[in-house]
Design a protein around this ligand. Structure first.
Ligand SMILES: O=C(O)c1ccccc1N[C@@H]1O[C@H](COP(=O)(O)O)[C@@H](O)[C@H]1O
Length: 245
C-alpha cells in the first residue's frame, strides 16, 4: 500500500451521542458533557453546511453505560452523506449491526486493544470499511471510553499495518474537547510510522489549526474530525471547508 494522495483535507464533523443527546466531552471524561440537543439535528446541520462525512459516536457504548444503537442507526439512515460509526463495536454482533446501518465505515477502538485476532479477521473481511481508532495519552493507547490502558501506539500500528488496516483515526485524548490546537507532532510521527491514511482528531480550535493539519496531507493525513470548535461556533463549517479547499 502506498501513501494516500488526497488533494484536500476531508473534514468530519463529530456527533458524539450520550443518553440520546449530541454532546461534547473534555478530554473524553465522563461527566464533562456539554449538551447540544438532538443528534439528527446536529448531523443534518453539518450535512446542509456541506460536510461529506459525519463522525458519529455512541459514547454510552464506548463507556459501557448502555447504548444509542437504534438512534444512531436512524440518524445514519436519514443522512445522505457518508458516516464513520464508532463506539462499542467490539464483536461480530455489534459490527454486523453497525455495518447494517449503511454507514460507510466503522471505527474500532477497544477491540483493537483487547481482541486483536478478531480485528485482524474483520480487517481481512471488510477491508477499508474498517478503520482503527488509536486514542492515545502520550504514546499509550486508551480503550473502554479512554479509561483503560492498552499498550504502545507504535507496536499496535506495526501489527495493524501488517494485518492490512487501511486507515487510523488518531486522537490525542489530552487535546480532545479542549480547543487547544491539534497535536501536529503526534500526527507527523504516526504518518512517519505508517503508509496508511490518517484521520486527525482532537484539539481543533481555529481555521488556522485546520490549515496546519492540511499541511500534513502530503505526509498521509487524509482527514480531520472537528467537534467542539463547531459546536462552540469558533467558526462555521462553511468557513472550515473553504479554509482547506
Ligand atoms: O469521542 C470521544 O469524545 C470519546 C470520548 C471518550 C471515549 C470514547 C470516545 N470516542 C470514540 O469511541 C471510540 C471507541 O469506542 P470503542 O472503544 O471501540 O468502544 C473511539 O474510537 C472514539 O471514536
Amino acid at each position: 500500500m502506498s501513501t494516500p494522495s488526497a488533494e484536500k483535507l476531508v473534514l468530519l464533523p463529530a456527533v458524539d451521542v450520550r443518553d440520546g443527546q449530541a454532546v461534547r466531552l473534555v478530554k473524553g471524561a465522563s461527566g464533562s458533557e456539554t449538551s447540544y440537543g438532538e443528534p439528527l439535528a446536529a448531523a443534518l446541520a453539518w450535512q446542509n453546511a456541506g460536510a461529506e462525512w459525519i463522525h458519529l459516536v455512541d459514547l454510552d457504548a464506548a463507556f459501557g453505560t448502555g447504548d444509542n444503537r437504534e438512534l444512531l442507526a436512524e440518524v445514519t439512515g436519514r443522512l445522505d452523506v457518508k458516516v464513520e460509526l464508532s463506539g462499542g463495536i467490539r464483536d461480530d454482533a455489534s459490527l454486523r449491526a453497525a455495518l447494517a446501518t449503511g454507514c460507510a465505515r466503522v471505527n474500532l477502538g477497544t477491540a483493537a486493544l483487547e481482541s486483536p485476532e478478531w480485528v485482524a479477521k474483520v480487517i481481512a473481511e471488510y477491508g477499508d470499511r474498517i478503520a482503527v481508532g488509536l486514542d492515545v495519552v502520550g504514546t499509550t493507547l486508551r480503550g473502554r471510553g479512554w479509561t483503560s490502558e492498552g499498550g504502545d501506539l507504535y507496536e499496535a500500528l506495526a501489527r495493524l499495518d501488517a494485518e492490512g488496516c487501511a486507515r487510523y483515526v488518531v486522537t490525542d485524548v489530552d487535546k480532545d474537547g479542549t480547543l487547544t490546537g491539534p497535536n501536529l507532532q503526534l500526527l507527523r510521527n504516526v504518518c512517519a510510522a505508517t503508509d496508511r491514511a490518517v484521520v486527525a482528531s482532537g484539539g481543533v480550535s481555529s481555521l488556522q489549526d485546520l490549515r496546519d493539519i492540511a499541511t500534513l496531507v502530503p505526509e498521509g493525513v487524509e482527514g480531520a474530525i472537528v467537534g467542539k470548535a463547531l459546536y462552540a461556533q469558533a467558526f462555521t463549517l462553511e468557513e472550515a471547508l473553504a479554509a482547506v479547499s
